[in-house]
Design a protein around this ligand. Structure first.
Ligand code: FE2
Ligand code: FE2
Length: 137
């Protein structure tokens, strides 16, 4: 199962965004443990919270980017939507979590796309935020 260790590649240098990302990564690790332990009910609850936390973060990040005039906001918001769609699809399958291994496989896929595409993907914001002196570089 996916256990994510935090490293520099997960951080942007913008406090609010970084705090949310760390929270999302921590949530992934907690859910991984719950799946591993076969804690179906707990897992469903955690998963709902996880989707909520991701949704809130995306909304906040998009509001921030809009406020600072980030020019490629629409495309960036598209990545957020894709991730949420994936997460919703897995949540729907979660209703029948009788197959722990299948669930683990799907969750691993989601975790990898959240970390590699979405959290690390936020690094594409860096040049613009640095230019506007909105991140500690
Ligand atoms: Fe983000
Ligand atoms: Fe983002």
């Amino acid at each position: 199962m996916t256990r994510v260790k935090i490293d520099k590649s997960h951080l942007l240098g913008q406090q609010d965004i970084d705090r949310d990302h760390l929270q999302m990564i921590a949530a992934i690790n907690v859910i991984s443990d719950a799946i591993e332990d076969g804690e179906c009910e707990l897992c469903k609850e955690l998963f709902n919270t996880f989707i909520f936390v991701c949704g809130e973060h995306f909304r906040k990040e998009e509001a921030f980017l809009s406020e600072v005039g980030y020019p490629d906001l629409e495309r960036h918001a598209g990545y957020h939507d894709e991730l949420l769609e994936k997460a919703e699809a897995i949540r729907a399958k979660c209703a029948d979590m009788s197959d722990k291994h299948e669930m683990a496989r799907r969750f691993d896929e989601l975790a990898v796309s959240l970390i590699d595409d979405v959290i690390k993907g936020d690094r594409e914001l860096l040049p613009y935020l640095a230019e506007k002196r909105l991140v500690a570089v």
